[in-house]
Design a protein around this ligand. Structure first.
Ligand code: ZN
Length: 91
């Protein structure tokens, strides 16, 4: 895949988990930067941690706006995680 001009975030933005909290480059009008992932699919549901409002972004848009992960959601079942990410899952 060709690299984007912007430097990529430290965590693969496609490696998303329910309950992840992410920080975006631009603040929400309420002043909050942090969003919790509440829906994963072709489109990503995000809930503003500060004001509780929800938005839907498609993956390419989220990828562009995502600055960093604030905290990670609970990992998948270890067996599933190994199947997805290889033998040595991080703890
Ligand atoms: Zn907000």
């Amino acid at each position: 895949m060709p690299a984007d001009d912007a430097s990529p975030p430290p965590v693969d933005p496609m490696d998303l988990r329910m309950g992840d909290v992410v920080r975006l480059r631009k603040p929400h009008p309420c002043g909050g930067y942090d969003w919790e992932l509440v829906r994963l699919g072709a489109e990503i549901g995000l809930r503003c941690v500060r004001c509780d409002r929800r938005v839907i972004l498609d993956r390419p848009t989220l990828r562009k706006r995502l600055k960093t992960f604030v905290s990670r959601g609970a990992p998948l079942d270890p067996a599933v995680e190994r199947a997805l990410y290889g033998g040595e899952a991080e703890r």
